[in-house]
Design a protein around this ligand. Sequence first.
Ligand code: ADP
Length: 224
Amino acid sequence: MRILMIAPPGAGKGTQGALIAAHFNIPHIATGGLLRDHVERQTPLGLAVQEYLDRGELVPDQIVLDMVREAMIAAKAAGGGYVLDGIPRNMAQARAAYEIGLELGMTADVALHLQADDAELTRRLMARAALEHRSDDTPEVIAQRLALYYDVTAPILAWYRDRGILVSVDAMRSADEVGREILVALEAMRPFLEHVPGQERFVLDLTSLGEAFGATGSAASASE
Ligand code: ADP
């Protein structure tokens, strides 16, 4: 199973990425976590990226891509599956990640998109700020990260839709409910993924199922 996740900050990429990784026994490659780890250990890379993280800006593409290439090579040695969380964040990264995938014979099977509206995302990020003290969970930096998501990250969804690998899920529910829906969808797709090339697949939009699965708000009306 090779999955990449695209979602605004606060939608639950980290939580769902960890769940998927545990379920399929594949590595969870989370760029934000890897970068924060470098900052914490004050490595040269950490010192170089700290300001970008604090300001809620994207760190230079090449830094993230080098880090991800290394993690993908390790994932290949570990069996070839992965969950990418936090990359791609712009079109250049999407193309570069695809190139790395082609080169290693492990392009993504599924682009998993988690949808939630801004009010809910901001609420979750502020709640997390009280617990985790991440330097980028302040109201100003949260607004900056959300704006950046709509400007440069959300537009790449169309590219995955065209490639036939986009799966959209309504993330306006509890982590348990969202997680269950994701695993059900991925398990249902699994036999199919091995036999049907991406271009011949149908895009899966599960966001309208939200209500049936107990959604409390309408992510379907959230702008992309
Ligand atoms: P969130 O999705 O909540 O913003 P992440 O942990 O994914 O959290 O990312 C935190 C920060 O790490 C980003 O604001 C950015 O500065 C940096 N970052 C993570 N992934 C990338 C990436 N692919 N390209 C550039 N910067 C990144």
